[in-house]
Design a protein around this ligand. Structure first.
Ligand code: HEC
Length: 165
């Protein structure tokens, strides 16, 4: 075989591999890019930013994407103790997509985290949130640690009514 034919074969092989890997959709976006776009949409409309992005509700959602999901220093205090919305930009770095799907479908977090929303979310939507958050990359610092019910948190917190004794 001449060198020219060999090179031609090699480039055909490479083109086939690329097409299989990315299988371009009609609009030119790869499935991975589509998942990222879907994740961006879900994080906005499913409320994740409301708690996991500092200042998001106060700013009417007008917070640059690079600050999204970096966790919040605002505590949520109730009979469960005081919880803080996790820095999901760091959290997602520590879990594989497979682990995330399993965890999201099975874990009950403390209030006010709507864990039941994650439980009921489709695998495809959870995947989209994961890919979008990973696409944003790690940023920010860890949110404050959980404080048990009998301790007063140091920073600002929202207090839920205590149950009647
Ligand atoms: C009403 C506020 C609120 C909303 C809305 C919310 N979260 Fe949370 N989230 C929290 C709080 C508070 C915690 C910490 C719970 C705890 O300490 O058990 C948390 C914890 C988590 C955790 C656990 C991380 C860890 O450290 O193990 C994940 C994952 C998560 N949230 C994802 C999401 C996603 C995805 C959305 C959007 C669908 C969302 N959250 C919406 C408040 C919220």
């Amino acid at each position: 075989m001449s060198l020219c034919v060999k090179l031609l074969n090699a480039s055909v092989l490479m083109a086939t591999a690329a097409a299989t890997q990315y299988s371009l959709a009609a609009d030119g976006n790869t499935p991975h890019e589509k998942a990222i776009e879907r994740g961006r949409y879900l994080v906005k409309i499913a409320g994740c930013n409301d708690c996991h992005t500092p200042g998001y509700p106060d700013a009417g959602g007008n917070i640059p994407e690079k600050q999204w999901l970096t966790g919040s220093p605002l505590g949520w205090r109730g009979p469960w103790g005081t919880t803080y919305a996790t820095n999901l930009r760091l959290y997602m770095q520590g879990v594989s997509e497979k682990q995330w799907l399993k965890t999201a479908h099975t874990t009950q977090y403390r209030p006010p985290m709507p864990w039941f929303a994650l439980r009921d979310m489709s695998t495809q939507d959870l995947q989209a949130i994961y890919r979008f958050t990973r696409h944003l990359g790690p940023a920010g610092a860890l949110a404050p640690a959980y404080v048990p019910p009998n301790q007063t948190p140091n920073g600002p917190f929202v207090a839920f009514p205590q149950p009647q004794k």
